[in-house]
Write a protein that binds this ligand. Sequence first.
Ligand code: ADP
Ligand code: MG
Length: 352
Amino acid sequence: NIGAERPVIRQLDEAAVNRIAAGEVIERPASAVKELVENALDAGATRIEIAQADGGKTLIHVSDDGCGIAPDDLALALARHATSKIDGSDLLDIHSFGFRGEALPSLGAVGRLTITARADGHDAAEIAVTGGQVSAAKPAARGRGTTVTLRDLFYATPARLKFLRTERAEAQAISDTVKRLAMAAPQVGFVLRDVSGGGEGRVTFRAEAESGDLFEALEGRLRRILGAGFADNAIRIVAEREGLRLSGLAALPTYSRGAAVAQHLFVNGRPVRDRMLIGALRAGYRDVLARDRHPAAALFIDCDPRLVDVNVHPAKAEVRFREPGVARGLVVSGLRHALAEAGHRASSTVAG
Ligand code: ADP
Ligand code: MG
């Protein structure tokens, strides 16, 4: 490089920074839906309505009845690294889905974003971002809560747009995302609509808020999402070990499938895809299930947020337990114990 011109170092402007960050956080329409529904859950919503058109490519709409946003905070919500969820003093003690303050600015950088919100004690207001330009907040009308509308996702990044799959596949990914989040929040009502043709559209998923104690609510919600076949053939899992609590439903060995099945794992309410935990699930069934069979299960691990690092990657569903061995042991022994008990009950019923 001798003789070559010295490269210039320059500070990127905010719009460019947001577009780059968006590349990590917002891979496809379903990732936008995930961020928006998580925001609604963080806001304490009891009912979340989601709509998508054309697989989310032309429209994503998420409306909640949560705490809302005050008019003066709307612009801040769109600023980078601005969040109401942590104060930055303890990154290990995170109790919300969000904490990076990246989703809304990223979405504003890659689509046409409008936020309408009303918080208790404030008037409703609306703000819009197009091409990274934030408008001034103006008065609006709505009840308590927040509605985010995202149009023309990736219109400013045609390369990303080209990598999207068919509208049907993107719509499926959105539906899967909503269902996964709904599994971990049974007390919240969800409606997902396909409004591709305009108008009211068509409801593609609905789950009313479940009542009863937490386990009853969870069973109701899992029945709704994973089906009666699963719920009728599943056993309750409850176990605890060194500050980690395990709960959920796991299929009886007789209900296993040869092909890929529903294996849903959650850590502190977050859907995770974690090799170690999937391995633990398998190991829990090892004595009762042939190698080529796959157990269906929805398992929830809850613990002090300090015992698990969810800060691994902004969009990926990875987690890192401080003591992976304890988490693994909890899942393996929790399953084995419950399966053995169910086996005893089954054989004593046959005998008697
Ligand atoms: P994060 O969720 O990491 O804080 P976001 O960019 O997703 O970052 O949101 C920024 C802020 O905007 C949030 O911290 C919250 O204060 C506010 N906000 C976003 N969505 C909602 C919502 N649905 N209801 C209430 N407040 C919201
Ligand atoms: Mg967020």
